[in-house]
Design a binder for this molecule. Structure first.
Ligand SMILES: *Cc1c(COP(=O)(O)O)cnc(C)c1O
Length: 494
């Protein structure tokens, strides 16, 4: 199968080239030339398989230049019992008839980024070998929290890789900082940058465009790359859990084979919900894809009006991984519905120039056949955490709460009571402060004390990767001004 750019479909790439490059040279996103359809009876066959076997089956359809044996090795390393605390990997929890929750936070960092970032390092290093790149790949990441830790865990001790993570000194929670600074592994580095997330991100972008640094690193045997969510190697592993969830539900008698399932996804960069759309295109009986946003509701407006406009106030919310005004992966959806590189290129030019574009009525209607959308502010997020806990005894994090609220409103407004799967993207223990607040706690403990407090309040145990933080040694405590990040990189890659 060929991969093409969303802004130029003339030039074809292999899967390995697409994963090795990350981004097309024209600025577009490398995307499969077509979405393969599941063979007849494939879903029934997949019902009898493990998560790892399902991953190999689905990924093989997109990665013709990788053997099944190779992919099986990756799946065993990425989703094994040393990484995930349940053999199901991504289990479906049922709250009541017709209301289910897909838990994507059983991995080593307790957030859904693990589902892709545990697989990406294996896909990336193998892709580099296939494209004859024999340097050590050095991943640079700027993070506001979840991605940095997810990438560190994914790349730790993976052969021929180094990873350096920069986070804003004033921009991550105490738990997130400790998660990164205690990171184990012989190929990892972590450093804080004075300032906010923008400072860290601007600094990392500057490193990528620094030709002198690139040359110096090439001489030392390094090759710079990113673990960004627009890499096809991050989108593909996410398709797997949608197929897998449907199979689990059929296997467990929660759905009959062929029944329609609506899916509601808390969305930021549009990567997670895009993977659900691809699963639908492959033939999984998915009905509406419901896109849930927080107060940064640029996608809600786009999906209801056809106008994408990033010229608006940016809000810091209690679901920070969705605080995004440019949803990069939306470009792949525009390409899928228009099949026109020219049209997509035009929209993206307008976005770069004016921060805004409007799609044609045809495109809007095509998108609305599959997608619905809604948003939820912090007040409602907290209310929903309390309600879901009160009604079902089920504890959810703020990102997941946004999706529960948007699904409830969608059902009220449309009367569509199709069985629905809400995607849960983080363990509630990652966001103890706001979860405790939602449960009515007035005094919130300091530092790691919040973990015990949430356990005392709910009787639930904190996930091991978070509970064990108190026994870990801090390995990294350097801070740097954003002007001096080059020296830090050169110092860490001797
Ligand atoms: C990254 C993230 C999201 C948003 O996912 P996208 O693929 O960017 O839409 C939602 N919730 C959590 C907890 C995340 O870490």
């Amino acid at each position: 199968m060929q991969y093409i750019s969303t802004r130029n479909k003339e030039v074809g790439h292999t899967a390995a080239q697409a994963i090795a490059c990350g981004l097309a040279r024209d600025g577009g996103l490398l995307t499969p030339a077509y979405i393969p359809h599941l063979p007849k009876n494939a879903l029934a066959d997949l019902c009898g398989m493990s998560y790892q076997q399902r991953a190999v089956y689905i990924m093989s359809l997109f990665l013709e230049d990788f053997s099944a044996g190779e992919l099986a090795g990756f799946a065993a390393k990425a989703y094994g019992p040393d990484k995930f605390d349940t053999a199901a990997v991504a289990p479906v929890h049922t709250l009541e008839d017709g209301l289910h929750c897909l838990e994507l936070w059983h991995g080593p960092t307790c957030a859904f980024k693990d589902m892709a970032l545990q697989m990406l390092p294996h896909l990336l290093t193998a892709s580099l070998k296939k494209t004859q790149e024999n340097k050590t790949v050095c991943i640079l990441v700027a993070t506001s929290g979840d991605t940095g830790k997810g990438a560190l865990e994914g790349f730790r001790d993976v052969e021929n890789t180094r990873i350096l993570v920069f986070y804003p000194k004033d921009g991550v929670s105490a738990i997130q900082e400790l998660q990164m600074n205690t990171q184990e592994g012989n190929n990892v580095g972590v450093c804080s940058v004075y300032g906010n997330f923008d400072d860290a991100q601007t600094g990392v972008k500057r490193l990528f465009s620094d030709e002198q640094l690139r040359e110096e690193l090439a001489e030392r045997g390094y090759f710079l790359s990113s673990a960004n969510s627009i890499n096809w190697g991050r989108v593909l592993p996410q398709i797997v859990y949608y197929v897998s969830a449907y199979c689990d539900m059929v296997r467990d008698g929660k759905l009959e084979m062929g029944d329609t399932l609506n899916i509601c996804v808390p969305t930021g960069n549009f990567g997670n919900i895009l993977a659900a759309y691809y699963a639908k295109e492959m033939g999984v009986p998915i009905g509406k894809l419901i896109c849930a946003s927080n107060s940064n509701n640029v996608l809600t407006d786009f999906l209801t009006t056809g106008v994408y406009d990033r010229n608006r106030t940016f809000y810091n919310t209690m679901s920070p991984s969705m605080d995004i005004l440019i949803s990069s992966n939306l470009e792949r959806l525009l390409f899928a519905v228009t099949q026109s590189d020219k049209e997509v290129g035009g929209y993206m030019e307008q976005l770069a120039a004016d921060g805004r574009y409007q799609v044609s009525e045809t495109v809007k209607n095509a998108i609305n056949r599959h997608f619905a959308a809604g948003c939820c502010d912090d007040t409602n997020t907290q209310r929903v955490i309390g309600e879901v806990y009160g009604k079902y005894g089920y504890l959810i994090d703020p990102h997941t709460a946004v999706a529960f609220d948007v699904l409830a409103r969608y059902r009220r407004d449309t009367g569509d009571e199709t069985p629905a799967l809400v995607v849960s993207t983080a363990s509630p223990f990652k966001f103890c402060d706001n979860v405790l607040g939602a449960l009515g706690q007035k005094e919130i403990a300091d530092g790691l004390g919040v973990l015990d407090q949430l356990t005392e309040t709910t009787g639930l145990a904190a996930p091991t990767p978070l509970a064990s933080l108190k026994d870990k040694t801090v390995r990294f405590n350097q801070s740097v001004a954003k002007e001096n990040m080059v020296d830090m990189v050169l110092g860490m890659l001797d």
